[in-house]
Design a binder for this molecule. Structure first.
Ligand code: EPZ
Length: 419
């Protein structure tokens, strides 16, 4: 197991290139299983453990998969299994997309219940509601989700909650339903649009992704295509926040600035300067930032996945800040770790109350989940002295080469293997 050792207090300068979006890639890879002809060549795939885990699952299902740096070629024409039951499936949340993809293609799927970050209760009732509405029978036996249908028939589905996973999963299955499926109260995150674009490149007929209503007209068959995954909104937001926190001038390249607007707006409100330029965003900060209030919301609101990194910045900003986490009820596990570094932060229900500290000091802390890990890295970059971040397997699930990217900006982070 590795740990990160951070010598903090350095300002950040230079350019950092953002990788492909994790939460798009982990849906697009299972979606590729729906092509029964030709290969899918998918570029800009991030080099992260969640992707490696899915690649192993896809191989274990009998597909041919070739990985060449950030490009993955999948031949799923030979796929004949609808049964995804490996340890890897249990490890990650996004393995639930195998249900929608396999149900669509084979009209049946047997998939282990998905795992994922411990950030709250993570039900899949809206996924199940969608599959059932399409005509599938869903049972859960011994921790395995079993979904079967004689045929899938297009219908209207109004989701009870706005769910990224349910929107994508039901969109996957509906691609092979007879007639048109209308999905309402859907998520509008950039990765929803990216998955719809990928499916359309394979021959699907999906309209309205990115708006409140998605219409999927079923097709008989999908075939392989070439596709490039969008840049990671959350990775970009993490580097923007780190730049604001450490001071300096950092240009974050290979981004879609529109996807970052809620984050840019908060950083501007705090006193940082943000310059958008084509596919890059530059953050200039003198570290003299003031606290703000943040409420996490579905896109285009402030992303829950950036809440934890943002809280590290707010711990070192002037005055009082309030964070309201409206998506996940337990996404404050990093707070106790921040306190070890001198942060004045307390949690009441779904709200964190932060009184900016004059300084944070290095300590040994844990990454309790993926974005908590990013928060601890940012806190370590701000802090005086040395911070050791343990349990960084969480960070490796979603941030490619985090220490190399930060070190290229002037940070001092070492990865050490702990025996
Ligand atoms: C996705 O999780 C992301 N994961 C999460 O990112 C992200 O935090 C989340 O969307 C919200 O943006 C992936 O894309 C793999 P949801 P997901 O379904 O799809 C409730 C990260 O850090 N809900 O949009 O699992 C649920 O409890 C990860 O990269 C139901 O009630 O989230 C939550 O309160 C962590 N029933 C809300 O909806 C359901 O059937 C949003 O969840 C599904 C969800």
């Amino acid at each position: 197991m590795d740990k990160l050792v951070i010598n903090g207090g350095k300002s950040l300068h230079g350019n950092v290139d953002i990788s492909g979006a994790k939460n798009a890639a982990v849906a697009i890879l299972p979606a590729a299983l729906m092509a029964s002809k030709d290969v899918c060549i998918i570029d800009n795939i991030p080099d992260i453990e969640d992707v490696h885990c899915l690649e192993r699952i896809i191989e274990s299902l009998g597909c041919e998969i070739k990985v060449n740096k950030n490009s993955v070629t999948i031949d799923s024409s030979i796929l004949n299994s609808h049964d995804a039951n490996t340890e890897d499936v249990r490890k990650m949340r996004a393995s639930y997309y195998l249900i929608g993809a396999l149900l669509g293609r084979f009209k049946k799927a047997r998939v282990e219940m998905p795992g994922g970050c411990p950030i709250g209760v993570r039900p899949i009732d809206q996924h199940i509601k969608g599959f059932e509405a399409l005509g599938a029978k869903v049972t859960i036996e011994h921790g395995v989700v079993i979904v079967e249908a004689d045929k899938l028939i297009g219908t209207s589905i109004f989701f009870d909650v706005v769910s990224v996973g349910a929107t994508i999963n039901v969109m996957l299955a509906a691609t092979f339903a007879e007639g048109t499926t209308t999905l309402e109260n859907v998520a509008k995150e950039p990765h929803i649009v990216d998955v719809a674009n990928f499916l359309n490149s394979m021959g699907a007929n999906i309209k309205g992704a990115g708006t409140d209503i998605i219409r999927v007209t079923g097709v008989q068959e999908l075939k392989g295509c070439s596709y490039s995954v969008i840049p990671d909104q959350i990775e970009a937001g993490t580097y923007m926040i780190a730049a604001a926190a450490c001071g300096g001038e950092v240009t974050i390249t290979n981004v879609i600035p529109k996807h970052l607007e809620s984050i840019s707006a908060k950083l501007i409100e705090m006193g940082a300067e943000i310059i958008e330029n084509g596919d890059s965003v530059t953050v200039k900060s003198n570290k003299n930032l003031k606290g703000v209030n943040v409420k996490t919301l579905p896109y285009p609101g402030f992303p829950t996945d950036v809440q934890q990194p943002m809280s590290a910045l707010l711990c070192a900003s002037k005055g009082r800040s309030l964070i309201n986490e409206s998506i996940w009820e337990s996404r404050f596990k990093h707070v106790d770790e921040l306190k070890k570094m001198g942060a004045n932060i307390k949690v009441e229900g779904r709200t964190a109350i932060i009184d900016g500290a004059d300084r944070l000091t290095g300590a040994t802390v844990k990454a309790t989940d993926l974005r908590a890990g990013a928060a601890m890295v940012i806190a370590g970059l701000i802090a005086e002295g040395t911070t050791e971040v343990l349990n960084i397997e969480h960070i490796d699930r979603g941030y490619p080469h985090i220490e190399n990217k930060f070190n290229s900006l002037g940070a001092n982070i070492k990865r050490i293997t702990v025996k």
